[in-house]
Design a protein around this ligand. Structure first.
Ligand code: AMP
Length: 385
């Protein structure tokens, strides 16, 4: 008889957690998990250069939960873990991963997510017995100011998507939060990029960190079929609807560059019998959460998104991404199409290219290091779309 060893168990996770991982059907640890889990369990500070999609969330959630299993139960619940995140969406997603992996633990630590744009009172109540706190900086400061909690017992601090937090202008809020966190702590910093600002944070906050760098998963692009259609600006809307209907697409993430285009597109799609909703910064938190949930559950065919909001979205097995408008940076293009072809599934990425876009699209292809076939759409009869 052969004995099977669990690859997550070998990283130092105990049975209760490897069982939870098995329920999620993760066959193998991703590279970031391979490196981060033992380092975090050893109490080291960690600097992770990795993007959404790398498996970074589980790479800190699992060892943090293991630390809870190893720890003596506190006499009263205190916030032991603080995860700072840039957006409401990411706060919700990270908290969900904590809940998923902890729900069947013998004494699951209470995880609470706090973020702005929703009423503060329920968050104040939830915080009373919180042990793991996932927060956006602004709302956390409000809660600290009203003494809803304190951060004196924080043993583990995670800064997730730190570069995004800086990009969104949270530098000062972050500093204010950090000034209130106990100094005796383990610090884990994740960022998609390693710019000067992140280097400064690293120098100020991390002690001899284990540095883990996960290269952009190039091979992921191999799983994505990319194509583009040359189209006149006024035929873009009908072409989009044609592609969705004739391709019988069931779950399509459509990218646009402005909230106005997003809203206009949704109106037209719905008028044409295609279930669609938009998520962008102009929508309330409730509307955004609701649209994302309906899209994930397959009750919405099209989700129209702008880049900023889409960053934090994690949808597994997304079959189609359509660039209704091209992003400005080639990086964002790769990030957008990387929404499909995740976790070894294949996906289709389609871009609509107007004459004005052609030069820019050439640059995107050059930077990405791949050529994308451009199809003519002139001959497609868009009558009725
Ligand atoms: P993240 O980078 O944390 O946003 O994770 C990206 C996606 O990968 C999530 O949908 C996870 O559920 C999934 N995932 C994380 N780790 C693994 C793994 N070891 N095997 C398969 N899927 C995973």
């Amino acid at each position: 008889m052969t004995t099977t060893t669990n690859p997550f168990g070998e990283l130092g996770l105990s049975r209760a957690l490897t069982d939870a991982v098995a329920r999620q059907q993760y066959p193998q640890p991703y590279p970031i998990q391979q490196q981060a889990i033992p380092a975090i369990l050893a109490g080291k500070d960690v600097l992770g250069i990795a993007k959404t999609g790398s498996g970074k969330t589980a790479s800190f959630v699992l060892p943090i939960l293991q630390q809870f299993l190893n720890r003596k139960i506190a006499s009263r619940p205190e916030v032991r873990v603080l995860v700072l995140v840039p957006t409401r969406e990411l706060a919700g997603q990270v908290a969900e991963v904590f809940l998923t992996f902890s729900e069947r633990l013998p004494k699951p630590p209470k995880t609470v997510a706090v973020f702005g744009g929703v009423s503060i009172n329920p968050q104040m109540i939830a915080l009373r017995d919180a042990e793991i706190l996932v927060a956006t900086p602004g709302r956390l400061l409000d809660l600290l100011a009203s003494n809803a909690t304190d951060l004196l017992s924080v043993e583990t601090l995670v800064l997730d998507e730190a570069d995004k937090m800086l990009e969104l202008g949270f530098a000062e809020e972050m500093d204010n939060v950090l000034a209130q966190v106990s100094r005796h702590r383990q610090t884990i910093l994740f960022s998609a990029t390693l710019g000067d600002a992140i280097q400064t944070i690293r120098e100020n906050l991390l002690k001899n960190p284990v540095k883990i760098e996960i290269a952009e998963p190039e091979e992921n692009l191999d799983l994505i079929t990319q194509r583009a259609y040359r189209v006149e600006a006024e035929r873009k809307g009908p072409l989009l609807r044609y592609l969705i209907k004739s391709g019988e697409m069931k779950q399509v993430l459509v990218f646009v560059s402005s909230t106005r285009t997003a809203d206009n597109l949704v109106v037209k799609l719905n008028k044409n019998g295609i279930q669609a909703a938009a998520i962008h910064s102009g929508k309330t938190q409730g509307a955004r959460t609701d649209a994302l949930a309906r899209f994930k559950a397959g009750r919405l065919t099209v989700l129209v998104a702008t880049d900023l909001i889409a960053r934090g979205i994690d949808i597994q097995l997304l079959p189609y991404v359509i660039n209704f408008e091209l992003p400005r940076s080639p990086k964002d293009y790769v990030h957008r199409i990387g929404r499909t072809g995740r976790a070894d599934a294949t996906g289709d990425a389609i871009s609509l290219i107007t004459p004005d876009d052609e030069h820019h699209f050439k640059i995107i292809q050059k930077k990405m290091g791949r050529r994308v076939e451009i199809l003519e759409s002139e001959a497609i009869n868009l009558q009725g779309y």
